[in-house]
Ligand binder design. Structure first.
Ligand SMILES: O=C(O)CCC(=O)C(=O)O
Ligand SMILES: [Fe+2]
Length: 320
């Protein structure tokens, strides 16, 4: 296969959940190999309700079409970039000065009163102009969280370690559902700007409901950009920096970006909904014993998920 024709593999999560032993073993192998080789894999049969994804996209579109003065009322300056609305051009990738050409909204985990992480994660805010936004996004959050748990169990099977090794780390984790609007470039443009400049995700793994138009690309381990095209109903999964820490680089995080539309004819709007799966705040990110070998000594000292997140939010310009 020519290098540029390479595509990431597709797997069906229902084979892992309820397939034959052979289907289950095959899922584990292809899923794990894909994360190792590409840091990306396409997942079907994930159990997240397609109608819910459509309803949520409708709500997201309604919100982003509101006037700027309304949207900015939902910015949360005390938790910049973590809850509520983040205006166009505000987030810039690590080591870049120019902001990404996107605006977005973050929904975080809701925890019961008295939970030790409740204040730390902070309250969500909700746009009163879109009454179904709260229910739809929280339901989607829960369904993506469930799918992620199963995927993390499959990854542990792949490595031959206790099945709940990773999924225990994400119980009550600081996961975030990000709802992104990339306007057409004719409407808003930042000179030198990109829809989403190349970056690695901070978290463990990311589940991306298919975007409403193309542009997502990943950088292969040998330095080639390849498109990640998803069909309706597929979820793309990628590995982030926190997983790489725990895997001591054996599953590296993968660089990816969202490129600008290639021509004025294709200058379409794009919406996407990544779900960033995070460990709980006090979870210590340190190499699993199986990944630390004489050939691959520990690459980083241990750090809590919370300290790591704050360090990265500073690099993104969100925290002082
Ligand atoms: O919009 C997308 O498809 C990807 C967005 C992304 O990579 C991110 O927000 O981290
Ligand atoms: Fe990303």
């Amino acid at each position: 296969m020519s290098r540029s024709a390479r595509r990431i593999p597709t797997v069906n999560l229902s084979h892992y959940r309820s397939g034959t032993p052979e289907e289950r073993a095959r899922f584990v192998q292809v899923f794990g190999d894909a994360l190792k080789e590409f840091g990306f894999v396409t997942v079907e049969g994930h159990g997240v309700d397609d109608a819910l994804i459509r309803r949520t996209y409708t709500d997201v579109e309604r919100f982003f079409q509101l006037p700027e003065s309304t949207k900015t009322r939902y910015a949360v300056p005390e938790r910049p970039g973590q809850r509520g609305f983040m205006a166009f051009g505000q987030e810039h990738a690590k080591n870049r000065k120019v902001g990404d050409m996107k605006e977005f909204w973050h929904v975080g985990r809701e925890l019961p009163v008295g939970h030790p992480y409740r204040d730390d994660y902070g309250p969500n805010v909700w746009p009163e102009e879109v009454p179904t936004f709260r229910t739809n996004t929280l339901t989607l959050y829960r369904e993506l969280d469930d799918a992620a748990t199963v995927m993390l169990q499959a990854l542990a099977d792949y490595l031959g370690i206790a099945r709940n090794t990773f999924s225990d780390m994400t119980v009550d984790g600081n996961s975030v559902l990000r709802l992104i609007h990339y306007p057409p470039l004719k409407d808003r443009f930042i000179p030198g700007g990109v829809r989403a400049a190349e970056h690695e995700d901070i978290n463990f793994i990311t589940l991306l409901c298919e975007g409403t138009s193309g542009g997502l690309e990943l950088l292969t381990r040998d330095g080639e950009w390849i498109p990640v095209d998803t069909l309706r109903g597929q979820i793309v999964v990628d590995s982030g920096d926190m997983l790489s820490r725990v895997m001591n680089g054996v599953i590296p995080s993968t660089t990816h970006r969202v490129v600008n539309p290639p021509s004025t004819e294709q200058d379409t709007v794009r919406y996407s909904m990544p779900f960033f799966v995070h460990p709980y705040s006090d979870c210590v990110l340190k190499p699993l014993p199986q990944t630390e070998t004489p050939d691959n000594p520990a690459r980083h000292p241990p750090i809590t998920a919370d300290a790591f997140l704050k360090q990265r939010l500073r690099e993104l310009g969100f925290l002082k």
